[in-house]
Design a protein around this ligand. Structure first.
Ligand code: GLN
Length: 179
């Protein structure tokens, strides 16, 4: 709904063949250990890693941020991740499901009005250094970051009805030429 509202045509990716011809990929929220296992089982982990390395715009939200990170704290010892971004993530940093919340987040790159950020058993992150660019922090922890064609947010921008983050991704990250 968010992507359609911004003029894009979303398709679901379930099998490796679905990756053909995409302009960008969004890794949604969910449960990162389960998503990681399914990415392995359906032979998607390595193809997505290669696409990310060769410039496909990829945006991970919440569990998707965990999958993009190089280091995961609080994960399973062998939790499969893509490991594409210079991020160390801490899973479930704000507590359990009942501790989910919405915060007005300062996101100057989206405009003056704060962004209504929905955190659901969300991770926070630390930077492992450039070229990682910190986009937003909450309580001094990274909750949005960018590394070239890769974007990670620990909140769920699709749940607030405010599509500025999706529009920004489509306007400023997706047009980057791959290579
Ligand atoms: N807590 C989940 C995990 O660690 C992520 C939650 C979410 O995606 N909303 O995988």
């Amino acid at each position: 709904q968010a992507l359609r509202a911004c003029g894009a045509t979303p398709v679901e990716v379930r099998l490796p063949k679905d990756l053909e011809g995409l302009d960008a990929l969004i890794l949604p929220g969910g449960e990162s250990t389960t998503i990681g296992k399914l990415l392995l089982r359906y032979h998607l982990l390595q193809p997505i890693r290669s696409l990310g390395q060769s410039g496909l715009p990829i945006w991970g939200t919440c569990a998707g941020m965990i999958l993009l990170a190089q280091e995961v704290v609080g994960g399973l010892p062998d939790q499969p991740v893509l490991g594409l971004m210079n991020l160390r993530v801490h899973r479930n940093a704000f507590g359990r499901q009942v501790d989910s919340f919405q915060a007005e987040l300062s996101c100057p790159w989206l405009g003056e009005a704060p962004f209504p950020a929905v955190f659901i058993r969300a991770p926070v992150a630390e930077s492992l250094g450039p070229p990682l660019e910190v986009l937003a922090q909450y309580q001094d922890k990274i909750v949005a970051a960018r590394q070239g064609n890769l974007v990670a947010t620990s909140f769920h921008p699709e749940l607030s009805g405010d599509w500025r983050m999706h529009q920004w991704f489509l306007d400023h990250v997706v047009p980057i030429p791959a290579g």
